[in-house]
Design a protein around this ligand. Structure first.
Ligand SMILES: NC(=O)c1ccc[n+]([C@@H]2O[C@H](COP(=O)([O-])OP(=O)(O)OC[C@H]3O[C@@H](n4cnc5c(N)ncnc54)[C@H](OP(=O)(O)O)[C@@H]3O)[C@@H](O)[C@H]2O)c1
Length: 375
């Protein structure tokens, strides 16, 4: 009798919880709104790329929004160039991320993170920067004519030997490569390092950063990118259309993997004892066939590596000023030169994202914000 009663009340409690969860989800979905719904005309307008709805690059529009004004600890930057990253494709609103980004509509309608530009004004507490300084950094909503950024965050002076377009291509991709190789991969001089996905946005920085640490670098890419990967410093290049790098005799101390298209056992076999595999991504930008399986494979590799000497690690890169300065120094010293594949105008941002989404960019895809202003 007692068990029956427990089962009856237990079932009712589960049902009630499910109905409540459904109601909360339903309300959250329909209450989900964004600034596009509050149709107020900007008092002090600037151009910016926005997406009022979730969807592909076609939902992006170039519109007038309110130009930001710097707070006491902020810097107002006139953006001269920006760049796009796989991260920007979250405009498609993947279901798993919607509780964070907005259920029905994106909470944040602005696009982009990477920028380079000129300081136009500074808040009264800012001492590190002055109007006219050329800077670069990372800030949400960077694909616009202006951004306001906290002076003590990830904004640093642009090396004089770099153009705005080059500097704008650096932040997300290069910080990802730096933190993956240095912090996760514990890269050291003389080590044998393999970079899978060496010709993309992150990969072209990873090859150069690994070389700057004194490593012996092997890059993996397709036939058309072999010369490019060699030209940025790779000691050896493997064309994945002709050779499977996991079948070779070569052993590596570190695998920096941006593609994740090989199993745990295949990669472990080519690692030296106690070697490290840093799992940074699952292929070029965009969603491609087999990516779901790659994600499952990376999770499997992470779990299985807990029981062996070789480490398989994953991570999400994070901005900080110190690392931005490391990158600026590498550029200044000629050890890091961004590879720019294509440059688009601000109004052509949808095309830029469409191109990135093919997953076969060669280096970085850049937006020249100034070009639209000149026309
Ligand atoms: N962990 C993090 O914090 C973090 C941060 C940024 C990015 N990521 C991830 O890192 C990955 C790479 O990002 P990205 O910005 O470099 O993307 P991307 O610029 O779109 O990468 C494009 C490159 O991937 C190469 N590629 C595609 N399939 C390949 C394969 N089977 N083998 C070798 N290379 C292949 C392409 O070369 P071919 O044309 O020759 O095929 C192309 O040059 C993405 O999955 C991204 O989500 C992670």
């Amino acid at each position: 009798m007692k068990i029956k009663r427990i089962l009856k009340w237990g079932t009712r409690a589960v049902l009630l919880a499910l109905i409540l969860a459904f109601l909360v989800g339903f309300i959250a979905y329909w209450r989900s709104t964004n600034e596009c719904d509050r149709k107020t005309a900007p008092v002090n307008p600037m151009k910016a790329i926005v997406h009022c709805e979730y969807g592909g690059p076609e939902v992006l529009t170039l519109v007038d929004v309110e130009k930001p004004a710097p707070a006491d600890n902020q810097v107002l930057v006139k953006v001269r160039a920006a760049s796009v990253n796989p991260l920007d494709l979250t405009i498609r609103g993947p279901l798993l991320l919607r509780p964070m980004f907005g259920m029905r509509k994106p909470k944040d309608t602005r696009l982009g993170v990477d920028y380079a530009g000129t300081v136009e004004a500074v808040g009264k507490n800012v001492t590190q920067f002055k109007p006219g300084d050329e800077v670069f950094g990372g800030k949400n909503g960077a694909i616009a004519e202006y951004v306001c950024v906290l002076a003590d965050r990830s904004v640093v002076l642009k090396p004089a030997n770099m153009t705005f377009e080059q500097a704008a291509s650096v932040p997300v991709a290069a910080i990802t490569a730096l933190q993956g190789l240095r912090d996760k991969g514990k890269i050291r001089a003389g080590q044998k390092v393999l970079i899978n996905g060496a010709s993309g946005g992150v990969g072209t920085f990873a090859v150069q950063i690994a070389k700057s640490f004194g490593a012996e670098v092997t890059g993996v890419c397709s036939t058309r990118n072999v010369d490019l990967v060699r030209s940025i410093g790779a000691d050896r290049v493997i064309d994945y259309t002709k050779e499977d790098f996991t079948n070779g005799a070569q052993r590596y101390d570190l695998i920096y993997d941006l593609i994740g298209n090989h199993s745990f056992s295949e990669r472990r076999r080519i690692l030296n004892p106690n070697g490290i595999c840093v799992m940074a991504g699952v292929g070029g930008a965009g969603w491609h066939d087999g990516m779901g399986m790659r994600l499952v494979g990376e999770l499997n590799a992470y779990v299985r590596s807990r029981f062996v000497h070789e480490k398989f690690l994953a991570y999400i890169a994070e901005f900080n000023k110190k690392d931005m300065m490391v990158l600026a120094d590498l550029m200044q010293g000629g050890k890091l030169t961004p590879v720019i594949d294509k440059t688009y105008k601000l109004s052509e941002t949808p095309e830029a994202l469409r191109y990135l989404e093919t997953g076969h960019a060669r280096g970085k895809v850049v937006i020249n914000v100034e070009q639209d202003n000149k026309n």
